[in-house]
Design a protein around this ligand. Structure first.
Ligand code: C5P
Length: 193
């Protein structure tokens, strides 16, 4: 099995940017696992059937980044059969080649509990909502309400709730620039190589 970096945390904490940077810097492949749930939500119909039939082209739709797609993703992500249908693909991705960075909500706890590096990247809901609002526009108060709603659903579900693995390194990016957060995370990975 290759070297695995598991990055978990709530929406807009900076984990996607950190994951992409670490993958590029250390020559690892990267899987944004949120895209799997976003694609299942966007396909509509029976989410369990959609998860079982998910194909690579479904991950390339351009409507997957919106707030609405995020909300739909977190609804289908609470269904145990949907999660179960996506486990094998994620574990295979982590195992193949020299190594991989996977970012999501349950990578360190469920998908790759043996990962060499586990990071839990977080920030206050207000800071995360502000970042999302800068990216997507709209009404900032509404964005904050959606961030809090999604956190509550992801942390409160029975199957694979969002929480740091016991051995995860916590990175709170509330008062950091994204560059500082990336350097901190890269230092943790470097030390584990
Ligand atoms: O990370 P992103 O915002 O794209 O994730 C969308 C939703 O997919 C999350 O709110 C969460 O409900 C779900 N998800 C998950 N497990 C993962 C990745 C994402 O449940 N590993």
């Amino acid at each position: 099995m290759g070297f695995t970096v598991a990055i978990d945390g709530p929406a807009a904490a900076g984990k996607g940017t950190i994951a992409r940077d670490i993958a590029g810097r250390f020559g690892l492949r990267h899987l944004d696992t949120g895209l799997l749930y976003r694609a299942v939500g966007a396909l509509g119909g029976d989410p369990v059937a959609a998860a079982r039939a998910l194909a690579p082209e479904d991950l390339r739709r351009d409507d997957l980044r919106s707030l609405a797609a995020g909300q739909a993703a977190s609804r289908v992500a609470a269904i145990p059969e949907v999660r179960a249908a996506l486990v094998a693909f994620q574990r295979r991705f982590a195992r193949e080649g020299l190594g991989a960075v996977l970012d999501g909500r349950d990578i360190g706890t469920v998908i790759c509990p043996e990962a060499e590096v586990k990071l839990y990247v977080t920030a206050s809901p207000e800071v995360r909502a502000h970042r999302r609002w800068l990216e997507l526009g709209g009404d900032e108060a509404q964005v904050l309400a959606e961030v809090k709603e999604r956190d509550a659903r992801d942390m409160g579900r029975a199957d694979a709730p969002l929480r740091p693995a016991a051995d995860a390194v916590l990175i709170d990016t509330s008062a950091m620039s994204i560059g500082e957060a990336v350097e901190l995370a890269a230092g943790v990975v470097e030390a584990a190589l």
